[in-house]
Design a protein around this ligand. Structure first.
Ligand code: FAD
Length: 320
């Protein structure tokens, strides 16, 4: 068995945000030697405030992570702000000890661990509309549960670039009756779709959106190909979510197509993947997960990872 020393860990957690910190908190309290590796770019870093997170309403993402880190540190969890490049199976030891994982970092260091929790989230790929990116997390959002109430009864536009545009338009009608769907990016809507949206007063604008003007925090001026300009208090659009999981490629984990688009690492309800020593938690394998769901997933994965290690501890003891 490998000694547990400076570069040998019981659990390495990749990602130190909602899911990763929650997993690390559970593991720290279970007295597992846990290392969190993190590049410090949580998905919601563009927003000043989080909503819908029980007990943390209006708290900034930065504050939640700061408090989470302090809580984990108080239980002995160690943090290293570095990017993981590759995870692979470590060569087996001559004594036939249990399989370990080797973690290669982008600064050239290598670590070994008994188990790994991947909580590295997704990257949002935004529609390429000039003026949209600077507004992301301010006056352009994707999730009405997170940011809908802040613009309730205001002028809201939905920029549709996939079938998700229809879903967003129906959902946002719950927050305002001043709603416009910009549909050019979705192709021509069929009559049934048009009648359904019109039945609740959703305006449909088929002219392509050319750019968005105005200060990122202020009124959005949507400029159309037909030269019209429409003003909105907020815009909603669906990003394409790309999981941050390429460092796991060498493990060839099983994957599933997600109904939300994309190919995500397959895992059971506890986050256990097709590899005995790898769990996932949060957005990395659950496209619709918000902060609360990611915290729950991290807690579950952390607990189940500790349970597996506990079982392995008994297996090893019996073999001695
Ligand atoms: C603009 C915006 C606003 C949002 N607002 C809300 C809200 O108000 N309420 C809410 O509930 N949800 C909100 N969300 C959703 C929320 O951000 C996510 O659900 C949540 O952050 C997912 O947590 P996570 O831990 O899975 O991933 P993330 O929070 O994305 O954290 C992943 C971490 O992994 C690190 N990482 C990635 N790759 C590597 C690597 N190779 N090596 C080391 N570290 C790595 C990253 O730096 C990051 O710190 C919002 C999302 C967006 C885009």
């Amino acid at each position: 068995m490998n000694p547990v020393g400076a570069d040998h860990w019981e659990v390495v957690v990749v990602g130190g945000s909602a899911a990763g910190l929650s997993a690390a908190l559970t593991l720290g309290r279970a007295r597992r030697r846990t290392l969190v590796l993190d590049t410090g770019t949580p998905r919601n870093r563009f927003a000043d405030h989080m909503h819908g997170v029980l007990g943390n309403e209006g708290v900034s993402p930065e504050d939640l992570i700061g408090r989470g880190r302090a809580e984990c540190s108080s239980y002995g969890v160690v943090f290293d702000d570095v990017e993981v490049q590759t995870v692979r199976e470590a060569p087996r030891t001559p004594d036939g000890g249990p399989q370990r994982l080797q973690v290669e970092l982008t600064d050239g260091r290598h670590l070994e661990t008994r188990a790994l929790i991947a909580a590295s989230g997704v990257t949002d790929l935004l529609p390429e509309v000039p003026g949209l990116a600077p507004r992301w997390g301010k006056t352009v959002a994707h999730c009405p549960y997170c940011h809908g109430l802040e613009f309730a009864d205001g002028r809201i536009g939905v920029l549709g670039f996939s079938p998700a545009g229809l879903h967003q338009a129906e959902l946002l009608r719950q927050w305002t009756d001043q709603l416009t769907l910009f549909s050019a990016g979705m192709g021509e809507l069929d009559l049934e779709q048009v009648l359904r949206l019109e039945s609740r007063g959703v305006a449909i604008e088929p002219s392509p959106v050319e750019q968005i003007r105005g200060e990122p925090d202020g009124v959005a001026e949507v400029v159309l190909a037909n030269s019209e300009t429409h003003e909105f208090d907020a815009l909603f659009t669906a990003s394409q979510m790309r999981p941050n999981d390429s460092y796991l490629d060498e493990l060839a984990l099983e994957r599933n197509d997600s109904p939300f688009g994309g190919n995500y690492i397959a895992a059971d309800a506890t986050g256990k993947t097709s590899h005995q020593q790898v769990w996932v938690a949060g957005n990395i394998n659950q496209a619709p997960a918000n902060v609360s769901i990611s915290i729950a997933a991290g807690s579950y994965a952390g607990g189940m990872c500790n349970l597996a290690l506990t079982s392995e501890d008994f297996d090893i003891a019996q073999e001695l």
